[in-house]
Design a protein around this ligand. Structure first.
Ligand code: DP6
Length: 326
């Protein structure tokens, strides 16, 4: 009873930030993302009769107690579905450098879900997989699909899952991740969600959200890069304003973050300069989104920005899938 699965991470243009139900990860708002190829997790799950507890190996090392407990809790949902009580050995490898500050929970829990369900022979729909992945990490529900994906927030477990908006081949966008800090985040996204409602700007963002969601959906379907870009920058800044003005306040930005934001805007103003837009997750690194043809002009400039330690070029990724089942 063993299976290996691979899932790509994703970058959200409209972000998940705040939950209606923390335990079940029912978000307050819908979100829209693009699945990434170069930042992926490959996970093997083996259910074994000789284990008395779950074992979790992450990037070649035995994972800490908290990470192992989170994986175990996730496996419990899947064990309940199949009726097994067997413990598992989970081995997961991220394609991106360890500690590069790139969120791995989306790809990690999507790959874990597909591998564990595959190992137990559960025949589930993509919607079922998306719902289950959500329980492990909210954004993981979107990584079940490739291409452009929307998470329908719902009100309870049954109606909170992701749906595909457009397949990977729809639009050749690229996410260049400008890594400005490899330090571990002080406040991870799981700790950030419950703080969101303490910001005075939280309600203001929610009021904007339906308009933002429909604008982003429309821009993706029409391949209107300028429209998508304007909306995604405004939305990323909104999220960070909420984080900064929460109690306690979370300040994710480093000096290098701000350098990249200014550079991206400066290049857009330049005659013939590379046209790109930025977004950021709950961390200091900047995701610079561009059309593929822009990459040769954009990448060397991005590498020159003060504070940028490394760059990772991600094209659009495919749906989470099984690589092997025994
Ligand atoms: C800012 O999905 O990482 O990246 O459910 O607690 O694991 P948990 O949170 P997570 O939150 C993602 C936050 C975000 C925005 C997004 O990806 O939508």
């Amino acid at each position: 009873m063993q299976a290996t699965a691979r899932a790509g991470s994703n970058i959200a243009f409209v972000k998940y930030w705040g939950n209606l139900d923390e335990e079940m990860r029912i978000p307050v708002n819908g979100s829209i993302s693009m699945t990434l190829d170069a930042a992926h997790s490959t996970t093997t799950v083996e259910f074994r009769t000789d284990l008395t507890s779950d074992h979790f190996i992450l990037n070649g090392n035995v994972a800490g107690a908290r990470a192992t407990a989170r994986v175990s809790r996730h496996l419990d949902h899947i064990r309940r579905l199949s009726g097994t009580e067997l413990s598992a050995r989970v081995v997961s490898q991220n394609s991106f450098p360890t500690g590069a500050g790139i969120a791995s929970s989306a790809s990690g829990f999507a790959a874990l879900t597909v591998a564990a369900c595959g190992a137990l022979g559960l025949e589930l729909s993509r919607t079922d997989l998306s719902r289950i992945a959500r329980l492990g990490s909210g954004s993981a529900c979107r990584s079940i699909y490739g291409g452009f994906v929307e998470w329908l927030p719902g009100n309870e477990h049954e109606d909170s899952y992701a749906v595909p908006l457009a397949p990977p081949g729809h639009w050749d966008l690229v996410d260049i991740i400008a890594i400005v800090s490899e330090e571990h985040k002080t406040t991870g996204s799981s700790a950030g969600h419950p703080l969101a409602p303490t910001s005075p700007f939280y309600e203001a963002r929610l009021q904007e959200l339906e308009t933002t969601l429909s604008g982003v959906r429309r821009a993706i379907l029409a391949k209107d890069f300028a429209a998508l870009g304007q909306l995604m920058e405004a939305e990323a800044l909104f999220l960070h304003v909420i984080a900064m003005t929460s109690t306690p306040s979370i300040l994710y930005w480093q000096a290098g973050t701000l350098n990249v934001l200014h550079a991206v805007r400066r290049w857009r103003q330049e005659e013939g300069g590379p046209v790109a837009y930025f977004t950021m997750d709950a961390g200091p690194n900047v995701h610079v989104i561009a059309e593929r043809a822009t990459v040769p002009a954009l990448l060397p400039r991005l590498r020159q920005v003060e504070g940028v330690q490394d760059t990772l070029v991600c094209h659009i990724g495919h749906e989470a899938h099984l690589l092997d089942r025994q």
